[in-house]
Design a protein around this ligand. Sequence first.
Ligand code: GUN
Length: 291
Amino acid sequence: MTEIIDGNAVAQDIRDELTDSIETLADDGARPGLATVLMGDDPASQTYVNMKQRDCEEVGIESHHVDVDGDAPPQVLFDTIADLNDDPEIHGYIVQAPVPDHVDYRDVIRRVDPTKDVDGFHPENVGRLVAGDARFRPCTPHGVQKLLESIDVDTEGKDVTIVGRSDIVGKPLANLLLQKADDGNATVTVCHSRTNDLGAKTRNADIVVAAVGVPELVDGSMLTAGTVVIDVGVNRVDADTDKGYELVGDVEFESAKEKASAITPVPGGVGPMTRAMLLYNTVKAASMQED
Ligand code: GUN
């Protein structure tokens, strides 16, 4: 029987654990504070930001939100960042990506105080992660590691094929899984749009992580029986539903399920874990700023 990995349940466990640490911090006068910054009005980003606010409320993190006009000059966003860096009640914050085309996201990230960079995107934090001394693990890769742990998959010596080389998921996950650590020690292959014979790489894997942003790219014919499949993709595709679209992953679920020993659904797999690990990083930021 294929195990359908319940990301909502694993995320709930993580939130429950965090709630206790948050109350301890609050008793010491340092209730963790998380801010989200959204420039423009991308509907998917608005949904994500709203969900993050709700998560904060559930666990007792003080949440703040700043909207920046999508047509504003970059300096308006930079000033917002400077204010958040100076605000002692904000222990961590994220600038929701994507930002409008006239703003370079790298210029944004460089301005974030690395000790408040709960996304883990600042170059200093990327460097520390690659050096095996992560301050904040980026939320989605960390969530993938926690999902593997939740089903007792030991990554040591395993062949992991990651489909996707993004700065947010593919690259940091590859680095984390490579590390000499209990949740690392894997042999990692990173594939992308120019990879030859993608199926050969995914069929060779014990664990496949799809994070490429192409709807249903990975199907059952590309998997060996018994593979663990983690689907990071969240793609809106046109469909005859109330909203006019449906969410599908980067994995063709039905055929992949026939081959996989365990698989994450979309929605309800990796998505809730990303949000839970953001809360985790916020608590870590608040604890570090207290010391
Ligand atoms: N957009 C999509 N995923 C993310 C994320 O993890 N962090 C931020 N800041 N923006 C995103």
